[in-house]
Design a protein around this ligand. Structure first.
Ligand code: NAI
Ligand code: A1CAB
Length: 280
């Protein structure tokens, strides 16, 4: 048996939703050879062009018939927006059976609510990946309801390991995961936008400013991962007394940078909880 076959998974997977997260997952799962594209089914609300694109690019089965996807699948991945999820899942009432494994990537919506909407007492796993899935570098939080077996949890973990690193958390913690690492890439991009803009404003060529910024962010992430040093220690090593970094840090402190980032993550986590309550 070759390595690829050894790590392949049994059964068929159906995706309800065909947006950016689903494309990132398809790309990762197929690259890893976890299962062949003919065992993957994808549907969305109404965008035929999008389904055509996924069929052409990944060779997956696509249809506008959600019930066909459900009937064909052993594992169902729920990937519509939180605001669409109640209506979408209530429509499917009675179609999902207890032997199927449901995996949600929907922000804020609990496994209890998903079970209530689907009207079935089936195993449900709630996850929170991020868009770095597209390059195999997602940080994904995962939590299971009481019906999920150890084997099913391992299966879901392997699916998400195809698109990054998986962290098992309590379901209540997934709202925090959402505010931190689900939304997190956007905060990093925002910082990068500012750094690139500043380099260009100060007189560098835009492309040069971009490359210097990206290499700096990549290098800092590698330093944190490889040395495992406390970020505050690494920061101190950059900061010579009376030097340039200290001057820059003093400005960030004037703008209460750490407080801003903390408040943003807490607010995003709170929004995840709010969405769960709002769409109930
Ligand atoms: N974009 C991100 O960074 C992340 C998104 N998520 C979650 O993933 C989910 C999808 O997000 P995106 O892919 O960004 O959204 P998107 O807007 O790109 O895709 C949503 C998909 O759901 C489909 N849809 C809507 N109603 C439907 C229905 N009744 N039946 C079947 N499909 C239906 C739409 O046609 C579309 O294909 C959301 O719940 C979001 O919270 C999770 C982690 C990260
Ligand atoms: O902004 C959102 O609601 C989704 C969840 C995490 C990232 N994007």
């Amino acid at each position: 048996m070759n390595a690829q076959a050894a790590c392949s998974i049994e059964g068929r997977i159906g995706f309800l939703g065909a947006g950016s997260i689903v494309e990132a997952m398809l790309s990762g799962i197929l690259k890893k050879g976890l299962l062949s594209s003919d065992r993957i089914y994808v549907t969305n609300r109404s965008n035929s062009e999008r389904l055509e694109h996924l069929a052409q690019t990944y060779g997956v089965n696509t249809t506008h018939d959600k019930f066909e996807v459900i009937a064909a699948s052993d594992i169902l991945i729920l990937a519509m927006k939180p605001k669409d999820s109640g209506e979408a899942l209530k429509e499917l009432r009675g179609a999902v059976h207890e032997g199927q494994l449901v995996i949600s990537v929907i922000a804020g919506v609990s496994t209890t609510l998903i079970g209530e909407w689907l009207g079935v007492n089936c195993p449900i796993i709630r996850t929170m990946p991020n868009t770095s899935s597209a390059v195999g570098l997602s940080a994904t939080g995962i939590a299971a309801n009481h019906s999920v077996t150890e084997e099913q949890l391992q299966l879901a973990t392997r699916l998400f390991e195809a698109i990054g690193t998986v962290y098992s958390v309590a379901e209540e913690e997934l709202d925090i995961v959402t505010g931190l690492s689900g939304s997190g890439p956007a905060y990093v991009y925002y910082l990068v936008e500012a750094m690139m803009g500043a380099g260009a404003t100060a007189g560098l060529d835009r492309e040069m400013a971009r490359q210097l910024t990206l290499q700096t962010v990549l290098g800092a992430a590698h330093m944190l991962m490889d040395t495992r040093e406390d970020p505050a220690i690494l920061r101190k090593k950059v900061t010579s007394p009376g030097g340039t970094t200290q001057a820059g840090m003093e400005v960030l402190e004037t703008y209460r940078f750490q407080e801003a980032v903390t408040s943003a993550i807490l607010r995003a986590s709170e929004r995840s909880r709010e969405m769960g309550a709002e769409y109930r």
